[in-house]
Design a protein around this ligand. Structure first.
Ligand code: HEC
Length: 167
């Protein structure tokens, strides 16, 4: 197997291959021009493309890790959350990233909710507590402006799962 065609049979050896690689990376030694700029330009484009692909891969991996963690925490399905929150009007009072039209300002924005320490400022932010809050916030704070919206326990679990993907 030859890296560069048949013009350098000596490159079959490991030393030869290293030499060929160095020529590609650093350009040809004087007297034997091998279009170094073409190599550098092409190499840079290739590296950038590779970095782009790796970046996209990393992002989608982090996203699927977040989804996985949210399922483990709540037993709910995070991808069900946005449609449910739309259906139950959560977005009329809350700004919620990833939920189209959810730009309410009555309640706090749910941005970065997974990092919030307390729910409604009164209960520790834990999965079961969050499900209970979504079902009936008045049991934690009778004076809260957040109403009982009528979601089922299972729906509350899906919504909670989704909220824990918001970091
Ligand atoms: C009528 C307005 C209103 C609606 C509708 C509403 N909320 Fe709220 N929500 C609030 C208010 C106000 C608070 C702040 C509660 C407090 O501090 O007492 C709140 C607090 C919360 C919190 C705690 C946020 C934090 O950072 O402490 C969560 C989570 C939440 N709401 C989820 C939901 C979900 C899910 C829905 C839909 C099922 C929903 N809310 C519907 C008004 C609303």
């Amino acid at each position: 197997m030859s890296l560069s065609g048949h013009e350098h049979p000596a490159e079959e050896s490991a030393e030869g291959r290293t030499h060929a690689l160095r020529e590609r990376l650093l350009g040809a030694p004087p007297g034997r021009p091998r279009h170094p700029w073409w190599w550098i330009g092409g190499g840079t484009a290739l590296l950038l493309a590779l970095a782009g692909v790796m970046g996209a891969h990393e992002l989608s991996q982090r996203r699927s890790e977040r989804m996985h963690d949210a399922r483990e925490l709540t037993g709910g399905e995070p991808s069900e959350g946005p449609a449910l929150m739309r259906a139950y009007g959560c977005g009329g009072c809350h700004t919620i990233p990833g939920v189209p039209g959810a730009d309410g300002t009555v309640g706090p924005p749910l941005t970065g909710f997974a990092r919030r320490q307390y729910i409604g400022g009164v209960a520790l932010n834990e999965p079961n507590t969050l499900v209970e809050w979504i079902l009936n916030p008045k049991q934690f704070d009778p004076k809260t402006a957040m109403p009982v919206t009528g979601v089922t326990r299972e729906q509350a679990r899906h919504i909670a799962a989704f909220l824990y993907t918001l970091r």
